[in-house]
Design a protein around this ligand. Sequence first.
Ligand SMILES: [Mn+2]
Length: 413
Amino acid sequence: MSTRPVRFLHASDLHLEAPVYCTGERTPEALRERLLEAPYQAAKRVFQAALDESVDFVVLAGDVADTRLAGPRAFLFLQEQFARLAEQKIDVYWARGGVDTHSPWPSNQAFPTNVVIFSSTGIDQHVFHSDGEPLARLIGASGTGSSRALVDQFSADATGLFTVGVAYGSFGRESLPAGRVNYLALGGQHAMRALAGPPRAAHYCGTSQGRSPAESGPHGCTLVEVDYDGNLHTRQIETDTIRWVEIPLTFDTEPSDEQLERRANEALDLAIDRAGGRDLLVRWQFDTSATVAARLRHSGAVVNFEQRFRQRYGDRSPAAWTVSADLLAAAGPAQELHDQETLLGDFLRLLDNYETEQQPLDLSEYLSEAQRQGELAAVARLTDPTTRGRVLATAAQLGTELLSPHPPARRKE
Ligand SMILES: [Mn+2]
């Protein structure tokens, strides 16, 4: 057993090559700069946390950077950060995974000597020493996506030394090396997720910076501590510098401009408060009846709202940038519209088919060749059931408005 507490930081999915981007309305210049820099700023906070918390070592569990996209900057950045850790005698154990393995890196010797990279040809183990005494054992492998078979080979330490397993890939509870490692540091998933523990734990620490609406909320790394009694504690450290948030507002009746304004201001001030000085990328979800949704859209209230909130909060630092305001109608168009022998009826029945038969809904054919190569293609394939449902509901609302002979009745002032 170890003679003193062990303390280390588990990080993964830094993705230095991937800036935060948001589609739609042009983002303010100053914010755009921060979106581009966010992966580096978040990664810097990870390494700063290692220094601030005086950890013994840092574990990197894959997806650190795709050097083909990030260029030499990523390598130079890591070299500099690793050197800062070396000055404080903090080691780095890095299991390359995902984008790290798909892109070329300078030889391992190009990094400072405190950096240990796990073998890509099989299981590899290293013992971390403190004042000449073995303190922890690390076992892992580099690879494109470690399989359960690989984790099955993670052995327990014969002398009972605290053991950290490191792996990149997709794992569930069933693939945990029960009892053989004290902490399993996983990489390759962007949301923080605890699969098990304590007393023994297995965590995906998630990406250090959320980059899309699907990665809303806080992101960071995991601080792991083992106290004198051998008890394991974990704590999340938030490292993101920009945060996606969804703000839901529910309206039973059509709100006046003032009501909409007041409720949105209150909700946004609260979100800004919680974000601790980070920039926010805000997606509003107005949840209301189909009738009110149609009126709000038709009166231009939503577009006006977006513009006002962009002007008011977009240029601030930190900014709260309204990316979109979506109307979610609780109920779809009336059944009688579905049954009509009209263009609208045809359109709604077509949407029904997508809904009831779960036909694949792939909008990527509407993208240009270049866009199809990029990340937009994955968004356009609409595989996530929630997003898919929202797109179909919005299409039904929009179709009903555009294909109806008369605009929906306006609110009487
Ligand atoms: Mn990743």
